[in-house]
Design a protein around this ligand. Structure first.
Ligand code: 5GP
Ligand code: MN
Length: 326
């Protein structure tokens, strides 16, 4: 059991995925805070890329390490919210060198790359899984805030189908610790800067629908990002907004990360498993939220993607027809 690994370890590193989102930051920092408060004798370090500015006030200051020192070797590396090892990015060498490794995650595409793996695709978030491992009476308000942030972000404020009874129970228990939920949700989830709203508007305005309105796509080039003075973290939420379009089943949003290199985000509403599509292109994720990176022009990428989406829609129709016949 990995909790014994924590007991045995004197030094522990916690690492999350590239481009950390609310669940990644919430689960990593929530676990950090819990360990710090309850096991102060242990060395606990957190490795994450730069986090969105809106999270800063909710996260212990000066804790996150953005660089992995070459020689560092930990007794235990706990990898959170990462579907595969590469998603750790700069902290991957620390994972490789650690004496023991544990992965706690909810990505359906996770094949279990650590020594011990706790992968529950049905869970709303990694924060929900981390919460399940902690002793409720030892959870402080600060830890609760961080885990609650993870629940909020990966469930779209408790609206996605991944939010089940266990999610609401965890949320209720965390609220009991005194979390100011309304403020946390407003400040970390809904609030946008003027530039973020502008780029959202631009992406919506330039979106196109295809496959009889069942799919919608939009993209933002580096040049456009520079024009509005935004970086990739400012683009969070665009794909979700595309998905709410009436009649749309799959939303696609792409942004340029290098010269003719695009990060592609996929969201489905109900029936298409986009993690399969992302996996086909070397990425991964969840049934209704997945992503990958691809070289080419947005038009090329979309043409390739449309072929795969078409296939998924055909499979779905076949399955539905077979269902009707039975
Ligand atoms: P997003 O579109 O918000 O970047 O990601 C949606 C989901 O897909 C997240 O759970 C994320 O971890 C996963 N994901 C996004 N991009 C990649 C990728 O390139 N590789 C893998 N394995 N997962 C990804
Ligand atoms: Mn997550």
């Amino acid at each position: 059991m990995w909790k014994n690994r924590i007991k045995e370890a004197a030094s522990i590193a916690i690492g999350g995925h590239l481009h950390p989102d609310g669940d990644c930051v919430g689960s990593c920092m929530g676990l950090y805070q819990y360990l710090r408060e309850n096991l102060p004798e242990k060395q606990v370090d957190v490795y994450l890329e730069e986090i969105p500015e809106a999270f800063e006030p909710w996260v212990p200051a000066g804790v996150i390490r953005h660089e992995a020192k070459e020689e560092k070797q930990y007794d235990l590396f706990i990898c959170l919210d990462c579907g595969d090892k590469e998603r750790l990015g700069f902290s991957m060498p620390l994972f490789d060198r650690a004496a023991h490794t544990v992965c706690i995650d909810h990505h359906i595409s996770n094949e279990g790359f650590a020594e011990e793996n706790h992968v529950v695709p049905e869970a709303s978030s990694t924060s929900e899984l981390v919460y399940g491992f902690l002793e409720d009476e030892k959870i402080s308000k600060k830890t609760a805030e961080l885990l609650y942030m993870g629940l909020v972000h990966d469930t779209g404020v408790f609206q996605y189908t991944c939010a089940g009874p266990a999610t609401f129970r965890a949320a209720a228990n965390l609220l009991e610790k005194g979390v100011d939920a309304a403020k946390l949700i407003q400040d970390t989830y809904y609030e946008k800067s003027y530039a973020q709203n502008q780029i959202l508007g631009r992406a919506l305005l330039e979106s196109i629908v295809f496959m009889d309105g069942r799919c919608i796509a939009s993209y933002i080039t580096k040049k456009t990002m520079n024009f509005y003075g935004v970086t990739p973290v400012d683009l969070d939420g665009i794909v979700s907004q595309l998905r709410v379009t009436k009649g749309v089943e799959v939303a696609v949003f792409m942004y340029e990360t290098g010269s003719s290199l695009y990060k592609v985000s996929l969201r489905s509403k109900e029936r298409i498993n986009v993690s399969k599509v992302a996996a086909f292109f070397g990425g991964g994720g969840h049934e209704k939220a997945a992503g990958f990176s691809m070289a080419g022009t947005p038009q090329d990428i979309l043409t390739n993607l449309a072929g795969q989406l078409e296939e998924q829609f055909e499979l779905l129709e076949e399955a539905e027809e077979a269902g009707d016949r039975s």
